[in-house]
Design a protein around this ligand. Structure first.
Ligand code: GRF
Length: 191
């Protein structure tokens, strides 16, 4: 049996990372081979330890000016690279080696609320300020232009009049946890 290998990038609270670990824990045909993280305080790092997943802490210098991260990735030769709360732009040298093999999750309905400055609560605040009637999640391939790669999956929710950016953010995170691991598995099976 050929195991399908996943490399994850996560630098935040790591709640999606944890859901992905849970989802794949007992599926022997898949393995999570590495967590790449740019923040030594990220909770994702502790979560990785709990699941026995190797971690690689990167800094801007090594990530953008050397090929050390790419070399580590190439050694593993992953079937899929997953960005689960990673804000730095992926260098072209990595993107070029993995066409249609890098996916990201974005907490809004792209192409709306994407691009520069559109991350975390900034997104949810803008959605509420604009009185949108819908928001949701987008899972998409990563290409050279942030948030513009081909969309793999979207799920929308209706917003209530009483919605706040905080309540919206909680709903969106729940949606991410429900769908992201399944879409990753689907992408691996189709790839
Ligand atoms: C998620 O909202 C995701 O859409 C965005 O970063 C956030 C990560 O949250 N790309 P967590 O670290 O998985 O809790």
């Amino acid at each position: 049996m050929n195991t399908k290998k996943i490399i994850l990038f996560a630098s935040g609270s790591g709640s999606n990372f944890e859901e992905i670990c849970k989802h794949f824990e007992d599926k022997k045909q898949f393995s999570i081979d590495l967590l790449i993280c740019n923040n030594s305080k990220a909770r994702a790092l502790n979560k990785a330890k709990a699941y026995g997943i190797k971690t690689l802490l990167i800094n801007k210098e090594s990530f953008y000016k050397t090929s050390s991260t790419l070399d580590k990735i190439l050694k593993i030769t992953p079937d899929l690279i997953v960005l689960a709360g990673f804000l730095w732009k992926i260098p072209t040298k990595i993107i070029d080696k993995f066409p249609n093999k890098i996916i990201n999750i974005h907490p809004a309905l792209l192409p709306d609320y994407g691009g520069k400055g559109m991350y975390g609560m900034n997104i949810h605040k803008a959605v509420i300020e604009n009185n949108e009637t819908k928001s949701g999640i987008t899972i998409h391939f990563v290409n050279k232009n942030y948030d513009e790669g081909k969309i793999l999956f979207q799920k929308a929710i209706n917003l209530e009049g009483t919605e706040s950016s905080e309540s919206l953010s909680r709903k969106i995170l729940k949606l991410e946890h429900k769908f992201f691991p399944k879409i990753i598995e689907k992408a691996l099976n189709n790839g």
